[in-house]
Design a protein around this ligand. Structure first.
Ligand code: HEM
Length: 664
């Protein structure tokens, strides 16, 4: 699913002679040779060109001596005062003094050799790949000091600088000073530490995709807020902002910092920009050279909601937002935390149509883009925040004034599932009898809510055969080169009516799908920290998405996911390697395989689901439901297996509210 790399390593020269040197200095061995460090990013220059926030901070308007002498690194703030050592570097110092070849700390340089594949360009590529680097689904939200402090391990590290909290977990191996150095700032407000080491580093560009949200000040207790011990007279206290006012001011400032539209930071003439003036040519070429996000909408709009009928529930308003690079337009639709949306997107007669379904309601967005967009569209969801993202490619690479005209449809109640023609794009084998079919709907990508399924319809001898399949999502065996595909794991039963037919399907064949179906409610996992997943055979498919969702969620952070996976023989265990890899990487995930027909070499559990087995594997006491439960169990497999499992879990003290059985 990664975008093709659009950025060239090192230096790229544009037709207007603008030379943009990307900061090879961050990855090259150190040298005192002047020529070879000319690409060093610590240059000072003097003109009033401003970069978008991703290229320069608002507090440090980019200065260049001429349009031709732009700083070599868009990722490093230009500094013309002094560094942490007090070494003044002004333009008058001449070219030599523009080069900073000493350590930020005053020690000999202690930059680390980065592992292969961890250069700055690799980091930018990762940022552009669509991977969620925030770890919280990409939705900006306030973070308290207490929450920040909890994220202080190499596997889960957050840090705050100037009121913004960033998830630095993914950046650790890319940090030129080494992960250990960066970890010194983990779990805390690292502004001072950062400024002490390298105040010029443009952290907000580098970590733009890692932004979690503004740092919220924990509420002080009443005594502290209304400090009565102060000897100052009332009039004096009125003049000084109170602690409460100061707290509100700081929180608001941090929040504004995080939500200030990037567009505003593109230039000092932000208002003009907001009204629609496109960035200058120089800006355009800079932006195009990196394909970083350059503008987002000023305000998210909400969809109109039908007048509430007294007796019928009404949908919550849908908000949307957009962001662009020179080559892509991304529309984000916010459905709310754990709303578990379904949806689809397509381009029809030049319009971009987006449909989003939650809670039985369908909402539509019809966008008349400023210029032509092309397929294939990419559609994905951030399950925790409920954000749906549609990414469309621009036919011609340029920056638009806006995303185009948007018409929000009136929400409609969904009456029946859709039927769609899908083309097979890939066929991958995942076990001796199971194939993974990657299908793309002809009309455009479709999003199936987590834990929901689709049905395949096949005609055979005049009658229609129907089978249910839960899409397995990305990263489960097939390479993810088919954008927004539905991936279905189809097990072949030799005596089956339909599965042999499906197993014989080839690339380019067309099948009819309907859906989505299901009654799984993701919102029931709102407070869940411990998840029990009990699956048999292909009943593993709905569990896969849940494993990934639970391990990735941050609020609350999941403590444990325990998968009990029942199969006949060892070779029947689907996605075994991947599950094992996840368990190796994340000790919160535990897989227990149980075989009913184990070979002589099997040393694991055997048998069928039973009270004894559950007692052996699970901590019995932790399964009991009390008033406020933070655990949940999901079951999927043949009917008899599902019913037995449900009964056993209830006997162990689990209540209906904490149980879900996936039934085809
Ligand atoms: C707050 C805790 C941090 C510490 C203790 C730290 C420490 C260091 C150290 C010791 C170096 C090597 C400096 C040298 O001698 O050349 C370095 C380099 C660097 N760090 Fe950090 N760092 C921190 C945070 C960050 C953050 C948040 C970012 C941005 C995302 C960042 C980006 C960089 C870059 C780009 C360099 C290379 C700059 C150069 O060439 O001098 N660092 N860091």
């Amino acid at each position: 699913m990664a975008d093709p790399p659009e950025i060239e390593e090192a230096t790229s020269t544009r037709s207007n002679s603008l030379k943009i040197s990307l900061p090879t200095v961050l990855c090259t061995p150190e040298t005192s040779d002047i020529d070879s460090v000319k690409t060093n990013s610590f240059v000072t220059s003097d003109s009033n060109l401003s970069l978008p926030s991703n290229l320069g901070t608002p507090t440090s308007p980019l200065k260049a001596s001429s349009p031709m002498s732009l700083p070599t690194s868009p990722f490093t703030k230009i500094y013309s005062q002094s560094n942490s050592l007090g070494n003044s570097k002004t333009q008058e110092d001449g070219p030599k003094s523009l080069i900073n070849s000493s350590s930020a700390t005053g020690n000999p340089r202690n930059k680390c050799a980065l592992q292969p594949g961890h250069s700055l360009m690799d980091w930018i590529r990762l940022g552009n790949s669509g991977k969620d680097l925030t770890g919280v689904g990409g939705r900006i939200r306030p973070v308290t000091h207490t929450e920040l402090a909890a994220h202080n391990t190499q596997k889960d590290a957050w840090l705050a600088i100037r009121g913004r909290v960033y998830n630095i977990t993914h950046y650790l191996p890319y940090h030129p000073g080494g992960p250990e150095e960066l970890m010194r700032g983990a779990g805390m407000d690292a502004t001072q530490l950062f400024d002490k080491v390298h105040p010029w580093v443009n952290y907000d560009s580098l970590l733009a995709k890692c932004l979690v949200g503004p740092l919220r000040y924990d509420l002080p207790d009443a005594e502290e807020l209304f400090d009565t011990s102060s000897p100052s007279s009332k009039s004096d206290r009125l003049r000084e902002p109170s602690k409460a006012q100061e707290l509100v001011r700081k929180s608001m400032e941090n929040l504004a910092n995080c939500i200030t539209p990037v567009r505003k930071k593109i230039s000092n003439k932000s208002e003009e920009n907001a009204k629609g003036s496109p960035p200058s040519k120089i800006m355009q070429s800079l932006i195009q050279s990196s394909d970083l996000p350059v503008s987002i909408s000023r305000r998210a709009a909400a969809s109109p909601v039908k007048k509430a009928d007294k007796n019928t529930e009404t949908p919550t308003p849908m908000r949307y937002d957009w962001i662009q690079t020179s080559t892509k337009l991304t529309i984000s639709v916010y459905t709310g935390p754990l709303a578990n949306p379904g949806g689809c997107a397509r381009i029809t007669d030049g319009f971009l149509l987006i449909e989003v379904a939650t809670n039985g309601w369908l909402r539509t967005l019809k966008i008349t883009p400023e210029a032509t967009l092309q397929e294939p569209l990419q559609l994905r969801v951030f399950a925790e925040s409920g954000k749906v993202e549609v990414i469309a490619r621009k036919v011609e690479s340029s920056l638009w004034k806006g995303c185009g005209e948007v018409v929000l449809g009136v929400p409609k109640k969904i009456s029946s599932p859709r039927t769609m023609e899908c083309r097979i794009m890939r066929v991958d084998r995942v076990s001796h009898d199971t194939t993974l079919l990657s299908l793309t709907p002809k009309a455009g990508p479709v999003l199936v809510p987590l834990g929901h399924h689709v049905r395949i319809h096949e005609q055979m001898e005049g009658s229609e055969l129907v089978r249910s399949y839960t899409p397995v999502g990305e990263g489960w065996g097939a390479t993810d080169d088919v954008l927004s595909a539905l991936r279905l794991a189809v097990k072949k039963y030799d005596s089956g009516a339909m599965s042999p037919l499906l197993a014989s399907l080839k690339i380019s064949d067309v099948v009819t799908l309907s859906g989505p179906y299901g009654n799984f409610e993701l919102s029931k996992l709102k407070t869940v920290k411990v998840m029990y997943l009990i699956a048999a055979g292909t009943g593993i498919t709905p569990m896969l998405g849940l494993v990934k969702f639970m391990l990735a969620r941050s609020n609350p952070r999941c403590e444990r996911v325990h998968l009990l996976f029942f199969n006949k023989t060892e070779q029947d265990i689907l996605f075994n390697d991947i599950l094992e890899d996840i368990a190796k990487e994340d000790d919160r995930f535990v897989v227990t395989n149980i075989l009913s027909n184990a070979g002589p070499s099997w040393i694991g559990h055997t048998g069928r689901i039973s009270k004894e087995l559950l007692k052996n594997i699970f901590d019995k006491d932790s399964m009991k439901c009390y008033t406020k439960c933070t655990h949940y169990a999901c079951i999927c497999g043949p009917n008899e297996f599902t019913h037995t499992s449900l009964d056993l879990l209830k006997q162990e003290g689990m209540k209906d509210n904490c149980l879900h059985a996936f039934m085809g």
